[in-house]
Design a protein around this ligand. Sequence first.
Ligand SMILES: [Zn+2]
Length: 260
Amino acid sequence: MKEEILKVAETAGYLWEKGWAERNGGNITVNITEWVDEEMLSLPPLTPPIPIGKVLPHLKGCWFYCKGTQKRMRDLARDPMGNGSIIRILPDCAHYEIVADKSVAPTSELPSHLSVHDWLLENGSPYRASLHTHPIELVALTHSRKWLEKDAATKMLWSMIPETKAFCPKGLGIVPYMLPSSMELAMETIRTLGENYDVVMWEKHGVFAVDTDIMSAFDQVDVLNKAAQIYIAARNMGFEPEGMSEKQMAELSREFGLAK
Ligand SMILES: [Zn+2]
């Protein structure tokens, strides 16, 4: 458990250092149910039951670490339990209570993050972590229609450096602009993840990524953003980068057994 929380703190530090987490920007939630021990099960709740605003049937009895509302990633990096909290979902699947360490209210994005976790469990996914952040170069890409076409950005990013496809083999799904924090955005995110993506781009806003743990979710975003930086560096040198060929990328998928 401690190790998982430390991974969250380490990731939050990277988000701040990269300039992806201005003010209270970004969110992290991790399903920590598998690390809950007997001692934790007996912890008294710090709050009365709080409504989620939705019924999420697959989260019955699940435990989550959630970034706190209005909390900063840079503060969370040095004090994860002062800027986030552990919650457990009650048997009605519609309420939660805060259990540790302090009654830090979870992110206002909680209903949408929990909806994604509910969907992951429903589909038997091994993924337990979700990350929302504002990677500068990837967000900049979404200000051009060209890169909002399905898989246009994916193909360009994959073609910048072989590791991008190797370490983000499903590419970058695209979700058109929608009001931040809206349930509509959450539902469209789930629909796009369901089209076989681990990372989805919210137009003119940021990314939402899922993976087995928070560090792996961060890594996928990091390799995609690195590829965007290489594209920009080439453009800044005054030319359109050539990119690896379709043949080279197909060879990569074949040799390394990649998903796409
Ligand atoms: Zn955001």
